[in-house]
Design a protein around this ligand. Structure first.
Ligand SMILES: Cc1ncc(COP(=O)(O)O)c(C=O)c1O
Length: 396
């Protein structure tokens, strides 16, 4: 039977698996990295500053500080914000654990506030209701690539002298009210993991328009040293004073070469991702039992992932079965995210289920479809064919 699901022994929609994400690396990128390999500097060289200037320009910020991952960017940002033992940071649970872990790295306390039911981003009212005298920062995450209500968060944090840290791992190239992501918060963090809009293999950056925060970030990623290797050479100094406890979170020149080459194509990548997302959105209207999170009209979406929400009341299968069925059709469906505090480590810290009911309910319904710039139109067609096949089968 043509419609027999692959999970039940039918023929898969695709012969070969389609991943949920994949980098787009071409000859230009390879040439750029090869050139860097032949240069005098494999790390702490001139490409780091060049990459930082390009990231700052793309993000509309005065400064970008490149670091070794998006996780390092979060750690650096939370530290630069002065978060220490017992300080509370209010954030969304619908995120990758790194957002919350960064608070723990600094001895702080993650305080999870619920999400908006429509966009699935941190709800400003929920965040506000959890502010206490110990709160030091609010950390919204641009879930799937959609900037949060940044004006509301900016007002909230300004009025109470809190730091606003935006985790924009998903939203490079995005904007809110016409202003680029990276210019909206005190500190904004990015990731250049291969699933992201542009990649450096592993990598990340923090943008800020405050000189004092930029200086702290630079020290933090380089052992807490006051100067870097090249500055020391130029000044003829034999050592750099270590003025605070820092880390080696540096991004290499090889990675920055790749990042510069990738960043030059970021706009094309985002246009392609947007095209695919729009094709998905248009097609969803004809697929039973499914909808997409709302897109705020004030936002230019970064389309890092394409999440959809199952209407479980209209389906005879749960999310786990739907994901398994899509995978059997060779469509790399995924789930973003289990609420951060459901992880056993967080349970061990005393967090309990039930804390953020809207995020928990969304988790049970979320499925991520493949979305990356290198997808062909035929790949997109396969995803939609498989989605209709699977949800058509399970529709009540
Ligand atoms: C929302 C969010 N924040 C932070 C990170 C961490 O970035 P990285 O993998 O570059 O450390 C990720 C990674 O996927 C993420 O999705």
């Amino acid at each position: 039977m043509a419609d027999r699901l692959a999970i039940d022994g039918g023929t898969p929609v695709r012969a070969t698996p389609l991943p949920y994400s994949r980098q787009a690396v071409d000859g230009d990128d390879i040439r750029a990295v090869t050139e860097a390999l032949r240069s005098d500097w494999l790390t702490t060289g001139p490409l780091v500053g060049a990459f930082e200037r390009a990231v700052a320009a793309a993000a509309g910020a005065a400064h970008a500080v490149a670091v070794s991952s998006g996780t390092a960017a979060l750690h650096a940002a939370v530290s630069a914000a002065g978060i220490g033992a017992g300080d509370e940071v209010v954030l969304t649970p619908l995120t990758f654990v790194a957002s919350a872990n960064a608070v723990l790295y600094c001895g702080g306390v993650p305080v999870f506030a619920d999400i908006r039911p429509d966009t699935l981003t941190l709800d400003p009212a929920a965040a506000e209701s959890l502010i206490t005298p110990r709160t030091r920062a609010i950390l919204p995450v641009d879930f799937a690539g959609q900037a949060c209500d940044m004006d509301r968060f900016a007002d909230l944090t300004r009025a109470r002298d809190l730091c606003l840290i935006e985790d924009s791992a998903h939203s490079l190239g995005g904007a809110y009210q016409g202003r680029p992501v990276g210019s909206l918060a005190d500190l904004t963090t990015f990731s250049f993991h291969p699933a992201k809009l542009v990649t450096t293999g592993e990598g990340g950056a923090v943008t800020t328009s405050r000189d004092d925060l930029a200086a702290r970030l630079r020290r933090f990623r380089n052992h807490g040293f006051d100067t870097d290797f090249r500055e020391r050479q130029t000044r003829g100094e034999v050592y750099s004073p270590m003025v605070e406890l820092g880390f080696n979170y540096r991004l290499t020149d090889l990675q920055c070469a790749l990042g510069l080459s990738q960043l030059a194509k970021a706009e094309d990548f985002l246009k392609r991702r947007t095209q695919i997302a729009e094709r998905y959105l248009a097609a969803l209207a004809d697929v039973p039992g499914v909808s997409a999170p709302a897109v705020d009209p004030a936002v230019r979406h970064g389309w890092h992932i394409f999440p959809l929400l199952l209407d479980l009341g209209r389906l005879s299968a749960d999310r786990r079965t739907v994901v398994a069925a899509l995978r059997a059709e060779h469509i790399g469906a995924a789930v973003h995210y289990v609420p951060a505090y459901w992880h056993p480590y967080y349970e061990g810290l005393g967090y309990r289920r039930g804390l953020c009911p809207r995020a928990e309910a969304a988790f049970e319904r979320l499925v991520t479809l493949p979305l990356f710039a290198a997808m062909s139109d035929a790949d997109v067609g396969d995803v939609l064919t498989a989605l209709s096949k699977v949800l058509g089968y399970y529709a009540r």
